[in-house]
Design a protein. Structure first.
Length: 323
């Protein structure tokens, strides 16, 4: 079960850019070594309105970080007038509950008993349905279960939400999930459906290299983006500690800017163990960590803390000033 990650923030220290990439890389390598595993890491720094990007890394499994891509695809369709945040699964798909797109994207639909947790081990490394994923199978389970058993409007992380969201995207666009989303979001070959986890691509089966994913993150969540302009004007739900779940990312206001982040994990013992962490601090520094291990929440939060220390230590740049 997802727990709301409350990003480790040093409000009293300045955001630093000089040398931050090296400090972040070192922090990640130290953390990975402590876990006895391997991984891929990339960090980017924004200076003078442009991002200095990492390059040359191998792709890795995004796991639940994949949800940010699905959410922004839904936003694109809403902006085109093909989908509305108030559209319901029952009305659009002809089966399933009366839960809205806004509720799906924020995990506030009331759907409970996440059926994907039992199904995904069976789907890993196996052919998918003709659609390229098994979201329809999830809808069939949800529809057979009846009305939502949780509390609509209350945050409760559940992969079923994003399986149904993918079907809503397909119904609204008239296209398969990938065909609808990749061109609209300007995604390149650095982001792809995972050959091993394709069955759950829209909610946890996309893979990417750090440069490609961070480019997506900057374009759709960074300064100048639709989300950055006001994430509170888009679907969001409070999850505690001043943090909110918005469009496939957790976010918190930070001064006059925002921090965005999301963890991911694929835990299939003796088959596939992978983790991910995507984060952007104040629209100035971003990072994607991909690692070959399934770790507990305390260990994930230790990674967050190590990376945040690497960003906020130093003092060369003051908050509110360009780095």
């Amino acid at each position: 079960m997802w727990r709301a990650a409350l990003i480790w923030v040093l409000t009293a220290l300045p955001l630093v850019a000089q040398g931050v990439e090296d400090r972040l890389q070192g922090a990640f390598e130290t953390w990975v070594a402590a876990q006895g595993t391997t991984g891929v890491f990339g960090a980017a720094v924004r200076r003078d309105g442009a991002w200095r990007m990492p390059a040359g890394q191998s792709p890795g499994e995004l796991a639940s970080v994949s949800k940010s891509i699905t959410a922004i695809c839904a936003l694109a369709l809403v902006d085109e007038g093909l989908l509305d945040w108030s559209d319901t699964v029952a009305d659009r798909l002809g089966q399933g509950p009366q839960v809205t797109v806004a509720q799906l994207v924020t995990h506030s639909s009331g759907l409970a008993r996440d059926s994907t947790q039992a199904a995904m081990p069976l789907w890993l490394d196996r052919p998918t349905a003709a659609a390229g994923h098994n979201a329809q199978a999830v809808l069939d389970i949800v529809a057979a279960r009846g009305a939502p058993q949780g509390t609509p409007g209350r945050y409760a992380y559940n992969n079923e939400n994003y399986a149904l969201l993918a079907l809503m995207i397909e119904a609204a666009s008239g296209q398969a999930y990938r065909d609808a989303c990749w061109p609209r979001l300007g995604l390149d070959d650095g982001i792809a459906i995972s050959p091993r986890a394709a069955a759950f691509g829209p909610w946890g089966g996309i893979m990417a290299d750090p440069e490609a994913y961070l480019s997506f993150l900057h374009r759709h969540f960074g300064p100048g983006s639709r989300v950055w302009a006001d994430p509170f004007a888009l679907p969001h739900v409070e999850i505690g500690g001043g943090a909110y779940y918005g469009l496939g990312m957790v976010f918190r206001r930070f001064g006059d800017s925002y921090n965005f982040w999301h963890f991911g994990a694929q835990c299939f013992p003796d088959r596939l163990n992978a983790g991910s962490y995507a984060v952007m601090w104040e629209g100035k520094v971003s990072a994607l960590a991909l690692y070959d291990a399934c770790v507990d929440w305390d260990t994930m939060f230790a990674l967050d803390a190590a990376l945040s220390r690497a960003v906020y230590e130093g003092g060369q740049c003051s908050r509110g000033r360009s780095c």
